[in-house]
Design a binder for this molecule. Structure first.
Ligand SMILES: [Zn+2]
Length: 258
């Protein structure tokens, strides 16, 4: 998942790596090489130059996505936590963008009383998140953004079962590298589970720039698609899933929809 806005910060981050600290010892080549190698992770707390703020190092980040969700270690959510989704059936367009099949769409998500707008949804195979170490064949990501640009991604696992007409429409409309106008309405609600129980944690984008402070809501109930549909998706993408990242000390909350 990614947004245009956040792509700019990736460029900024790479410039920082090139710019470096500007305080290296030129008489010691070996030391310089070593410094260059560790530049991505090193922090220069003793050298905070306010005239050269572009050279400031970024925190590497211990809150990355995806994660393995250990169900026995989840904590019940104290908030009401209700999710209501009203996504548009008339989608904007669809594209095979080189790293996923993406459907640009609009509509509203109300998450725990907060309003978000859907930007787009796309798919990964296998799933990016795992539950108790288990992958699902596909995971859909619905990327929602609120008024102050906070991202909330709703993850939905697809498992093998009966054919899903909405997913079939998306497969039928794919064109490589070219945005397709989708004429027929897509029943986007059929790509979401009826039961809106989920796992919630704070993570990141799973494609560069891997920006953090992304709210994740991973639905615990999977949606069914057929074996043939999984095989058809895998002709386009099979392995566009980022590997599991360390949880560190993040809590994973569980919301149960009644
Ligand atoms: Zn994604």
């Amino acid at each position: 998942m990614k947004t245009k806005l956040l792509a700019a910060s990736a460029i900024a981050a790479s410039l920082v790596l090139v710019a470096g600290c500007g305080n290296s010892d030129t008489s010691d080549t070996k030391k310089e090489e070593k410094t260059a190698k560790t530049e991505t992770t090193a922090k220069h707390e003793d050298h905070l130059d306010y005239h050269d703020q572009k050279s400031w190092q970024f925190e590497a980040g211990d809150t990355q996505s995806p994660i393995n969700i250990e169900t026995a270690k989840t904590e019940p959510m104290k908030d009401t936590g209700t999710i209501e989704l009203n996504y548009n059936q008339k989608v904007t367009d669809e594209v095979d963008n080189g790293h996923s099949i993406q459907v640009d769409d609009g509509g509203q998500a109300t998450i725990n009383g907060r309003k978000f707008e859907l930007n787009q949804f796309h798919f990964h195979a296998e799933s990016e998140h795992t539950v108790d170490g288990k992958h699902y064949p596909i995971e859909a990501h619905f990327v929602n953004e609120n008024q102050d640009s906070r991202l909330a991604v709703i993850g939905v696992f697809f498992k093998e079962g009966k054919a899903n007409p909405a997913f079939q429409s998306i497969l039928n409309n794919v064109k490589k590298g070219e945005k397709t106008t989708v004429s027929e309405p897509i029943d986007v609600a059929a790509l979401l589970p009826t039961n809106k129980s989920y796992y919630h944690y704070l993570g990141s984008l799973t494609t560069p720039p891997l920006s953090e402070n992304v709210e994740w809501y991973v639905m615990s109930t999977p949606v069914e698609v057929s074996k043939e549909q999984i095989a058809e998706f895998n002709k386009y993408y099979d392995g566009n899933n980022r590997k599991i990242q360390p949880l560190h000390d993040r809590p994973v909350l569980k919301h149960t929809d009644n």
